[in-house]
Design a protein around this ligand. Structure first.
Ligand code: IFG
Length: 537
């Protein structure tokens, strides 16, 4: 009888076992994650979640579409944002095609749905992250979204525990308003270059694209003007409360401008005039009508000073200042102030603003001015900066000009949160976090709709703010809300949904070392993912 051959089962079982072990080690199922649960601020225009996740690992490479230095620079930017906390090398390389899996790919294309300059499309699959935009600025805005999709500890500048997983899906995004800004008053209290750079970083994280620097006022002149050196040597030598003040040399100002440009933020310099000019008048008495030299001023009153609007030397002064400032400012606007000129006769004020508007145009820039400038004859290219008098904003629109919205009772970040806030003022309102968010630009002033508004600006006046910690306390957590008001369509916003996303920013604020006000109106979520200290829980 034929000997029945036994089939060699053992080696087969061993082989299958090895195969199973091998594949399970290498084909770990990606963790299911929900992109829609991410706490993104500003809220993106459209988001589709696909339920899985991508894990960034040590061998990930950041590829950028080849052929552009700017793209390599933006690749380095995201690498520098992700390297410290992950400890990954994250090499940046040019690539002419979509790379193999496990990587990040940044590229430009005119195929994405939204053609606006800041629009971007973010596509995350289990195999990688693909960010596409029509212009490099869109890639920069999309990178902020990528960083916000990682856990808040990604913002730490020391090595953190992984894993670094983000949810899969697609985000198609673009801003509702083209001008989204904050203002820093460096005159009442001076802030050195490093502080301004930190402020620029914080604006960039929330996709803001302008920073207005209030460079001159009664208490201090903060920008070197080579043709009028006393403005800073004398006029920059003090501040509110009598401190040492300070100023930016033109090189330092250029450094601030470059730092902002690298983050696709335009600087808008303000020379406030004809009022708010005591520092200039104390530096050059010939700018006064009476030729007398006023003392330097370290108080906080307003409305007591004016340039002598019927002296020709004043217009030579203005022309020199605007000329030097325009040459240092690549952005489109120069802010000429124009607020609270209580001791300037109305007709003198009007002819002054009209002449200054021409001087700014002669130096190739557009005019922005606080809403009182609408008393003068505004060019349609000029911007009325609405802060207090709705009637002025309406006058500006009637003249064909557009409006920048900074209603003091909603957007002034120097307003106390409530009567217990140890910093700030409350002449306009107390502005808690909910109040700072629950409004919209297009329904603020009767007769001023979206087509008349360029965007939002949140000013921080610094009569009572002396350093970065105090600045951050007043700016956070209101700033992300202002950024969202400028970026996200009003119909997509509501406080009850927003406050949950804001509460989840706590880890991120802490990782960035932000000294934020922990309002009881926000359900703050710690890393333990528990809801703590929420008033309306
Ligand atoms: N109004 C003044 C600022 C500052 C502010 C403080 C404007 C345009 C009050 N002018 O706001 O100089 O003093 O909240």
């Amino acid at each position: 009888m034929m000997q029945k051959k036994s089939f060699p089962i053992a080696p087969l079982v061993t082989m299958i076992a090895i195969l199973l072990i091998y594949t399970s080690c290498n084909m770990e199922e990606p963790t299911p994650m929900d992109l829609a649960a991410a706490s993104l601020i500003p809220k993106p225009d459209s988001l589709t979640a696909t339920g899985s996740s991508f894990e960034l690992t040590a061998d990930a490479i950041i590829y950028v579409q080849e052929g552009s230095e700017e793209l390599l620079k933006i690749g380095q930017y995201i690498a520098n944002r992700l390297r410290p906390a992950t400890g990954f090398p994250l090499e940046v390389l040019p690539s002419e095609k979509i790379p193999a899996s496990g990587n990040i790919y940044l590229s430009l294309s005119n195929e994405i749905e939204e053609a606006e300059e800041e629009a971007y499309e973010l596509s995350i699959t289990e195999k990688g992250i693909k960010l596409t935009a029509t212009q490099v600025v869109g890639l920069f805005r999309g990178i902020q979204t990528i960083c916000q999709l990682f856990p808040g500890r990604i913002e730490e500048n020391t090595l953190q525990a992984g894993p670094w997983k983000i949810a899969t899906g697609t985000i198609l995004d673009h801003p509702d308003y083209a001008y989204r800004s904050a203002m820093l008053d460096v005159s009442r209290h001076f802030f050195p270059v490093e502080d301004v750079k930190r402020f620029i970083d914080l604006l960039a994280y929330y996709k803001m694209n302008y920073l207005h620097l209030h460079l001159s006022d009664d208490q201090g002149w903060r920008i070197e003007i080579k043709s009028w050196p006393n403005l800073t040597t004398h006029g920059g030598s003090t501040e509110v409360g009598g401190g040492k003040g300070g100023f930016y040399t033109q090189e330092e100002y250029a450094e601030i401008v470059q730092y902002a440009q690298d983050r696709f933020i335009n600087i808008v310099p303000e020379i406030d005039m004809p009022g708010h000019t005591n520092a200039a008048l104390a530096s050059y008495p010939e700018l006064n009508c009476n030729g007398k030299t006023p003392e330097l001023y370290t108080g906080t009153k307003v409305g007591f000073s004016t340039l002598c609007t019927d002296k020709e030397i004043v217009y030579q002064f203005v022309d020199d200042v605007i000329r030097e400032l325009a040459a240092l400012t690549p952005g489109p606007y120069i802010h000429i102030g124009g607020d609270e000129s209580h001791v300037t006769a109305k007709d003198d004020y009007i002819q002054f603003i009209n002449r200054v508007q021409n001087i700014v145009h002669a130096h190739g820039k557009l005019v922005m001015g606080w809403d009182e400038v609408a008393e003068a004859s505004l060019e349609s290219s000029s911007i009325a900066h609405y802060w207090a008098v709705a009637d002025n904003a309406q006058k500006a629109v009637q003249q064909g000009a557009k409006v920048l919205m900074s209603p003091a009772h909603k957007a002034y970040m120097d307003m106390q949160y409530d009567s217990t806030t140890h910093l700030g003022l409350h002449w306009a309102a107390y502005i808690e976090i909910d109040s700072a968010y629950i409004w919209d630009l297009e329904s603020m002033v009767e007769g001023i709709g979206k087509e008349n508004i360029i965007g939002i600006e949140a000013p921080l006046w610094t009569e009572t703010i002396t350093n970065m910690d105090e600045l951050e306390y007043m700016v956070f957590p209101r700033l992300p809300g202002y950024a969202e008001i400028g970026w996200t369509a009003t119909s997509d916003r509501n406080w009850d949904e927003y406050k949950v996303r804001l509460g989840k920013q706590k880890d991120r604020f802490e990782a960035m070392g932000i000294n934020f006000y922990e309002s009881k109106f926000v359900p703050w979520v710690s890393t333990e993912n528990e809801v703590i200290d929420s008033k309306n829980n």
